[in-house]
Design a protein around this ligand. Structure first.
Ligand code: ADE
Length: 235
């Protein structure tokens, strides 16, 4: 997967790209991230990339030409262009999985101020928001998207560690425990110590449903539950 990010804050990404699983994915050649400084594509001698909106109104807009020029340089027939904005479709695990499995080159445009001149929409494949709140710019959102996609790329982490993740199957994950077995009378559920794989699987399935029902009942409304799952919820 190749990701190109167009930003006015290229330094913002340094630590992100040198840390943890993203760093490992880059080292393993599973992920390439190229950061482009939008100001390098400004046609203005002061490297200005924003201006006041036609028709009046508050704030500044990012201008169209620098994005256009940068895209001309980096886009190919396989590229998909993502514009980050609070008006986009909300990013979730299904979208992350779709990108990880079907896309090979993403170009992410990080907006600022009041957004980008609307002519950019002629080039945008996906307008994406990371949630219903307004950030000062798209940089953090782009990192969230790259992070979520990276762990789903083949060969980055063990597949079994994300197949049971919260949201991967439309449910939240079951509770997990690690050593010690008993700490000041706070005990690990007996079944997890039993070594009985089928009982552990059933317990986890029930707990995953129960956790989702208690914490995020809205997820259950969106999901087609199996007969088995409905039976567990009725109990
Ligand atoms: N830019 C500003 N707010 C945003 C949001 N919620 N998601 C993505 N990009 C943004």
């Amino acid at each position: 997967m190749i990701v190109d990010i167009i930003t006015i804050f290229p330094d913002f990404f340094d630590r992100f790209l040198e840390t943890s699983i993203v760093k490992r994915a880059i080292e393993k050649g599973k992920l390439t991230v190229n950061i482009h400084d939008l100001r390098d594509y400004s046609l203005n001698k002061h490297k200005q990339i924003d201006d006041t909106p036609y028709g009046g109104g508050v704030g500044m807009l990012m201008t169209f030409p620098p994005f256009y020029e940068c895209l001309q340089k980096i886009k190919t027939d396989n590229s998909k262009i993502i514009m980050l904005s609070p008006q986009g479709n909300v990013f979730d695990q299904t979208v992350a999985t779709h990108y990880a499995q079907t896309e090979s080159h993403l170009i992410i445009l990080c907006g600022h101020y009041e957004g980008i001149d609307a002519r950019i929409l002629d080039y945008v494949d996906y307008e994406i928001s990371i949630g219903d709140y307004v950030l000062t710019g798209g940089e953090l959102a782009s990192m969230i998207i790259v992070d979520a996609i990276t762990r789903l790329l083949p060969g980055v982490i063990n597949e079994s560690s994300y197949l049971e993740d919260s949201h991967q199957n439309g449910l939240l994950k079951y509770p997990q425990y690690t050593k010690p077995e008993n700490y000041k009378d706070h005990k690990v559920p007996e079944v997890l110590l039993s070594g009985h794989h089928e009982n552990i699987r059933k317990w986890r399935e029930t707990e995953s449903l129960r956790t989702t029902y208690l914490k995020r009942p809205d997820l259950l409304e969106k999901k087609q539950l199996t007969k088995e799952e409905l039976k567990i919820l009725e109990k």
